[in-house]
Unconditional design. Structure first.
Lengths: 264, 582
């Protein structure tokens, strides 16, 4: 316990606890509370750990007394004769560790490099649907104005179960029968970060144009989503959009008043 | 060679010459039919990189020569009205550096104009046809501004006392007026490229574009405000870094005391203005969305979204470095020790804030990680990737930083007013209420639609701003006539604190380049958004890694040149130190 009153070992402990929390706590603790989680990607682990390290360095150095105490064991290891073996060990171990990390970075692997995939690329202001021009900016779902939303929901449900179910799943959670065959997995509509962030016209565009219709900025667009405009009518796509929102209970993002007008 | 061969050769050469002439004439006709050239080419690095570096370094110098006069005129005013001569010296010391920096700004401006005319003639012709009058005014203002600066600097000693000093200070104000006008004019050109009036189309002749509607376009005023505040931050951070360098190389205690104090003033101004900068940035972002949602989505959710994660991390560094400097500085203030136990909790809030703010919505992951997450969104951390979480984090970080300032300010003072305890409780209450409002709307934001959620950030911002104003007003009233717990021991600052000032200036400069790229890059392949398309080979938006390299080059050029200017400033005249405790 006496050891843990020393700023150096406190700093080591904070870093260790942070690493355990990020690497094991985030993937497993939420599951105990019935929430979904997954391992944290290494890029994010690195980002979090750098932040924590900066915090620890600030804490140990923001007062002269703490800073000098923090440096004590480091100075002692560097100069004191009785720590000669520890010093020698570190002199061997640290370069080896750095070399190993460098080797891990540069060695050839068969895996594809990590990618930055833009999952919500900016939609074009207009598209052509089966040869007919369609302005997306400010576009509302036309079925919501025709007063037969219950029928549209049923129609959307039919379309979903006939076409979307195998990948996006019965619970709209992106875990259909074929989902395990795709990487990245099909989109889960029941998560707050997906369709509630989007307007209905965005979802229409994504269904209509599929993976091949993603703009260049969406690259690498390794998406298996088909181009549904070749197989479904505009009404069927709008109906399935109605179904997605009503079934998940989410509200679509709405347009602001000035949408699509441009200018001042 | 025989005569026959010569004759044959001569005939051959003549035929070749005729052929070349004919071909040249044909090419000439073709060229005439194609009209004037649209793009030039720059060797080695290409046109876009050349114009990018010229524009960015010009902008950095421009920010410096606009930010420092604001700093100088405020410092002079404190010197005049507060009776503290140190501020007057500080103001003059920086005005001297301005003289050289002005030349560098003008040179880079000339480089930019020459590159625009030679590399992008079609685009530049379009701009000059619309903005010609404002360009003439701009040049005129530049003259007026330069000569006001000469008068301001060279008249310093002559107009030092009484009314003449007030007249001199007025010159400083005028310098800022001209500088701000120059900034506003230049802003109109670049914002027109982003948000031209709705009635301007690719078929509109530039001669038919109404000059004022192009000038006062949708994003003009938000950029003006954002840049004005950012210039103050930038000027303050450069002053602080200069002081840090001088502090580390100081030979005497007097020098150390002077530059320690100067570093404190620079940092105070930089962080003080930084606190309100996110609000101005938010206003700009909102106006971009209002103007064109597609542009807004590209900026915040599409290709550019990762820039905001880098930005969050860098602004986190700024907040951490600024607070760190204040906390270390408390070591030289008698009475500050009563606040030190709280700093670790404030650090905890800041670190959690940085972690939340910089958590990406779309994560960089390899195939195995993507598969485990079921896509690019993390099923648990995804909640931190949206604006509700980020707005909450940044507002709490601003409140925490303001609390640091308040502790620093009160460290060596003991209020004498009868209501001091009540006032302190009131201040604490305001902090708690603001934090509660920020947290409430942050959490509630997850349960409402996006359009409602956007409005919540306004309530969060208003709660924080109201608290800052309210707490500060109470503090000023409470500390009136306060007793001192002891003099600040200027100069007794550990050297490591000065590196925080270097971190601040490098991060600010880099951040300016990065966010400038974001603002400019969201136009994508348009010179003027949906009016004039970029048809050059450089039309594609560059990758983030490449952009980061170019920005780093710009930062190195700028900081290298500004260091040279500082060195030159040191050669010209040593500052007259006025070592005096507060």
């Amino acid at each position: 316990m006496k050891l843990l009153r020393h700023p150096f070992w406190q700093a080591v402990l904070v870093l260790l606890v942070a690493w355990i929390l990020i690497t094991f706590g985030i993937p497993y603790l939420p599951r105990l509370a019935g929430m979904d989680s997954a391992p944290v990607p290494s890029s994010v682990v690195l980002q979090y750990m750098v932040t924590v390290l900066v915090g620890v360095l600030i804490w140990v150095s923001d007062s002269d007394e703490r800073w000098n105490r923090f440096l004590e064991p480091i100075r002692a290891t560097m100069v004191e004769p009785e720590r000669r073996w520890l010093r020698l060990g570190l002199l061997v171990a640290i370069p080896l560790l750095v070399g190993f990390l460098a080797f891990r970075q540069v060695r050839q692997t068969v895996a594809a490099p990590p990618s930055l995939r833009s999952i919500h690329p900016a939609p074009p202001s207009s598209i052509t649907f089966r040869g007919t021009p369609m302005t997306l900016a400010g576009l509302e779902n036309p079925l919501r104005a025709d007063g037969s939303i219950a029928e549209d929901y049923e129609e959307g449900k039919r379309v979903y179960y006939e076409n979307c179910l195998p990948c996006h799943g019965d619970a709209l959670d992106g875990r259909g029968h074929y989902a395990h065959g795709f990487n990245p997995a099909p989109l889960a509509f029941n998560q707050g970060g997906t369709i509630p962030q989007l307007t209905e016209s965005f979802v229409f565009w994504r269904i209509a144009k599929g993976g091949p219709g993603l703009p260049k900025e969406g690259a690498p667009w390794n998406s298996a989503m088909p181009v549904w405009e070749d197989m479904l009518t505009a009404e069927e796509i709008w109906a399935v959009v109605v179904f997605l929102y009503d079934q998940t209970g989410f509200s679509p993002r709405t347009w602001e008043e000035a949408a699509g007008e441009g200018g001042e | 060679m025989t005569r026959g061969t010569i004759r044959t050769s001569a005939a051959g050469i003549a035929a070749l010459a005729l052929l070349v002439l004919a071909a040249q004439s044909g090419w000439a006709q073709e060229a005439a039919a194609a009209g004037p050239r649209e793009y030039g080419s720059f060797p080695w690095i290409g046109s876009r990189t050349a114009i990018w570096i010229a524009a960015e370094v010009h902008l950095m110098f421009a920010a410096f020569v606009l930010g420092v006069p604001m700093f100088a005129v405020v410092a002079e005013a404190i010197g005049i009205f507060g009776g503290d001569e140190r501020y007057d010296r500080l103001s003059k010391e920086f005005t001297r550096l301005l003289l050289i920096a002005y030349s560098a700004t003008a040179m880079w401006g000339a480089v930019l104009v020459f590159l625009l005319t030679t590399l992008y003639p079609r685009f530049w012709a379009h701009m000059t046809e619309i903005f010609e009058v404002s360009m003439w005014i701009y040049v005129g203002l530049f003259f007026v501004e330069s000569f006001t600066l000469y008068l301001y600097y060279y008249g310093w000693e002559r107009w030092k006392q009484g009314r003449a000093k007030l007249g001199h200070w007025t010159l400083g104000i005028l310098l800022n007026v001209w500088g701000t006008a120059v900034l506003f004019i230049a802003d109109s050109w670049l914002t027109y490229m982003m948000s031209p009036p709705a009635d301007v189309t690719p078929d509109t002749s530039p001669a038919m574009v109404q000059a004022w509607s192009a000038f006062a376009n949708a994003t003009w005023m938000p950029i003006n405000i954002h840049r004005l505040i950012a210039n103050v931050v930038f000027g303050g951070s450069i002053v602080a870094a200069y002081a840090g360098y001088r502090f580390l190389s100081a030979k005497t205690d007097d020098e150390r005391a002077h530059y320690d104090w100067m570093g404190y003033v620079g940092n105070f101004i930089a962080i003080g203005a930084l606190i309100v900068l996110p609000f101005a940035g938010y206003y700009l972002g909102r106006e971009i969305y209002e103007y064109n949602q597609q542009m807004g989505i590209t900026m915040m959710g599409g290709f550019m979204s990762w820039l905001w994660i880098i930005q969050a991390f860098l602004i986190g560094v700024l907040f951490l470095a600024g607070n760190y400097y204040l906390w270390v500085g408390m070591g030289r203030i008698p009475g500050a020790e009563r606040f030190l136990p709280y700093t670790k909790w404030m650090l905890f809030v800041l670190i959690i804030g940085v972690i939340v703010w910089s958590t990406p919505h779309t994560m960089i992951a390899d195939r195995a990680e993507l598969e485990a997450m079921g896509g690019s969104h993390h099923p648990f951390l995804g909640v931190l990737g949206v604006m509700s979480a980020k707005n909450t984090a940044v507002n709490l970080m601003i409140l925490t930083t303001f609390l640091s300032f308040l502790m620093y300010r009160r460290a060596n003072r003991r209020p004498v007013v009868g209501w001091a305890r009540t006032g302190t409780i009131l201040q604490a209450g305001l902090f708690v209420i603001a934090a509660a409002v920020v947290l409430f709307y942050g959490v509630y934001g997850y349960f409402v639609s996006a359009i409602v959620r956007i409005g919540f950030s306004v309530y969060q911002v208003l709660a924080v701003l109201a608290t800052i104003i309210g707490v500060m007003a109470l503090d000023v009233a409470m500390l009136r006539g306060s007793e001192s717990r002891g003099e600040i021991r200027w100069g007794q600052m550990p050297p490591r604190s000065q590196y925080a000032l270097f971190v601040l200036v490098v991060t600010f400069t880099w951040l300016m380049g990065l966010m400038g790229f974001a603002r400019s890059g969201i136009r994508q392949h348009w010179h003027v958004w949906e009016v004039m398309r970029d048809t050059s080979q450089w039309a594609a938006t560059p990758a983030l890694g490449f952009a980061a390299q170019i920005i780093s080059v710009c930062v190195i050029i700028f900081l290298g040149m500004i260091s040279f200017i500082f060195w030159l400033g040191g050669l010209v005249e040593k500052p007259q130190l006025v070592p005096k405790g507060r």
